[in-house]
Design a protein around this ligand. Structure first.
Ligand SMILES: C[S@@+](CC[C@H](N)C(=O)[O-])C[C@H]1O[C@@H](n2cnc3c(N)ncnc32)[C@H](O)[C@@H]1O
Ligand code: SF4
Length: 454
């Protein structure tokens, strides 16, 4: 059982912040959030457009190894909280083959746009949906297509997302044989009553069994996704989940606050949803449990890893790279995100995705030409969540003098401009404060949401 002191301490810590600070930070989170705040500008659908197609012109060189994202759009069950594009089914052989053919055609379209026979890549991220729904044979087929078109550099990370209810020994062997060296398991919670309410494809025992299968196959990096503020999740439930996770010792742990999709029916189901303050208290609980555990280190506010076993988090969103120059992520498959040059884009869903591919056209739905203020915000946000990775992070952050003063005065960043322990507690909320003014004017419905830093 969990030590009650952990929960009492976490509550007292959150209560020790001034009401004004809590109210400021709470109001920085827009009512509707879809992607994590640090995934700016993917996190702001309001600024994307399909009117100007200039983002379809690729008149630049790809001068770095690519990051490749491929979307697998099927799940065994559909979770009540999920807004990712997927059909609830075990897809037939015919459906899978037809989708793979489209993936191949889409890769070919990019190769011919850039006048190449093959790309070099430094990461592959298979996301979904649930890539582990594929049979071992289907996985091999998919990787034949990928390896025919892509050469991976020797230090590449090849990642796949998985759900516990679809993991088998044969499937993990097929992933490993295809070059996958990091597997992320969607654990979410170890409480059966929560997993059932969320409509997950597994119970807690099956999740532990799935983890053992992945471990037994010696996959170098194994990540757990754990969610906070799920329906009917108590502070005790969450603390128990973290405790079980620490006993199992995955290579890394990603904590994800429940985000509510536009048009979601989540809140109509009559379950209790933890308040924002309870969500913050859950963050205080994981900070306490991970902080006293000497094995893990924190590399982002919501991400911990075992040094020596895991590298930094690789992610499906394209905009987290702070390096200068052209973006270099290609997103393949329905609803995938890409970032090429100064353009970010999102693919269509079906049927438009399939129709455009069949007509030899890139299946891009929305795009965004990044403005200078977007790029500055992206760098500042990256500097805030991952200070060590941004060249000249200090120069970038000092472009926000009032905000930096506000964060310093409230002890949320230190003299090196890095998030303090308290700052990490509010990492998501602080990130919104760096959004450009034109974006804030769109996402906040009233001026009370705008903090006065003056
Ligand atoms: C697209 S899923 C892929 C993994 C796999 N399908 C699974 O769920 O086990 C990736 C992660 O997104 C997270 N996720 C899904 N819906 C979310 C939401 N509404 N808010 C926050 N995180 C969410 C879950 O933690 C999940 O593990
Ligand atoms: S299994 Fe994963 S992708 Fe599928 S609905 Fe659930 S959270 Fe979404």
């Amino acid at each position: 059982m969990i030590n009650e002191d952990i929960i009492i301490n976490a509550k007292e810590r959150v209560d020790s912040f001034s009401e004004l600070l809590l109210s400021d930070l709470k109001s920085s989170r827009p009512d509707e959030v879809h992607e994590k705040a640090h995934a700016y500008p993917i996190s702001v659908p309001e600024i994307w457009s399909n009117e100007d197609e200039s983002f379809l012109k690729f008149d630049f060189e790809i001068d770095k190894p690519l990051r490749l994202y491929i979307h697998i759009p099927w799940c065994k069950k559909k979770c009540i909280f999920c807004f990712y594009e997927s059909d609830k089914c075990i897809p037939s052989e015919e459906v899978v083959n037809s989708y793979f053919q489209k993936i191949e055609k889409e890769l070919n379209l990019y190769l011919s746009k850039f006048g190449k026979n093959k790309f070099f890549a430094e990461t592959l991220y298979l996301g979904g949906g649930t890539p582990s729904i594929l049979s071992p044979k289907q996985t091999e087929k998919l990787f034949n297509i990928i390896h025919n078109k892509i050469d991976f550099i020797s230090t590449s990370t090849l990642i796949t997302e998985t759900s516990p209810g679809t993991i088998t020994d044969e499937k993990i062997k097929a992933f490993k044989g295809s070059g996958i060296n990091r597997i992320s398991i969607g654990i979410q919670s170890f409480q059966d009553h929560i997993l059932e309410k969320c409509g997950r494809d597994h119970n807690s025992q099956e999740a532990i069994e799935a983890y053992r299968i992945v471990r037994k196959n010696e996959i170098p990096e194994i990540n757990f996704d754990l969610m906070l503020a799920l329906p009917d999740q108590s502070l005790e439930d969450f603390a128990e989940t973290v405790k079980t996770t620490l006993e199992l010792k995955p290579s890394s742990i990603s904590f994800l606050d429940l985000r509510v999709a536009q048009g979601s029916f989540l809140h109509k189901l009559g379950y209790y949803y933890p308040s924002w303050k309870e969500d913050i208290t859950m963050r205080a609980i994981y900070q306490e449990l991970l902080g006293t555990n000497k094995d893990y280190i924190r590399t982002r506010p919501h991400y911990y890893l075992l040094p020596g076993e895991a590298r930094g988090r690789s992610t499906r969103v394209p905009c987290l790279d702070s390096r200068e120059g052209n973006g270099f992520q290609i997103g393949i498959g329905v609803t995938s995100y890409g970032h090429l040059g100064n353009n970010q884009y999102v693919n269509h869903k079906n049927p438009d995705y399939s129709i455009l591919i069949e007509n030899g056209k890139l299946p891009i739905n929305y795009g965004l030409k990044l403005k200078t203020e977007d790029i500055t915000a992206m760098k500042a946000i990256r500097a805030i969540v991952d200070y060590s990775l941004v060249p000249n992070a200090e120069d970038v952050l000092l472009q926000y003098p009032y905000l930096i003063k506000y964060l310093r005065n409230n002890n949320l960043i230190d003299e090196k401009l890095e998030l303090t322990e308290d700052g990490c507690l509010f990492g998501e909320e602080i990130t919104y404060l760096f959004y450009p003014e034109y974006v804030k004017n769109k996402i906040y419905k009233n001026e009370l949401s705008q903090i006065n830093f003056g």
